[in-house]
Write a new protein. Structure first.
Length: 76
């Protein structure tokens, strides 16, 4: 069985870091309900506190699609 991974490199607007973390955690809670979702993580760069990196493990590329669709609809 193959695993698929998604990554994100995030730099929220200065002063909005806590709101970004809350929004990402809400998205991750939603995404964990998708069949095929694995571990989802958000990390903050220790050398650049304004930069965040996210990682997600998925059992198939098809499992990734609902999350991508949701992100696309909220960022437009």
């Amino acid at each position: 069985m193959s695993e698929f991974y998604t990554t994100g490199d995030w730099r929220p607007t200065a002063g909005d870091e806590e709101a970004f973390i809350e929004a990402w955690l809400a998205f991750a809670d939603w995404a964990r309900q998708i069949q095929g979702a694995g571990t989802l993580r958000l990390a903050r760069d220790t050398k650049d506190q304004a930069r965040f990196v996210s990682f997600g493990a998925w059992e198939s590329i098809e499992a990734v699609q609902p999350g991508r669709a949701r992100l696309s609809s909220t960022s437009a």
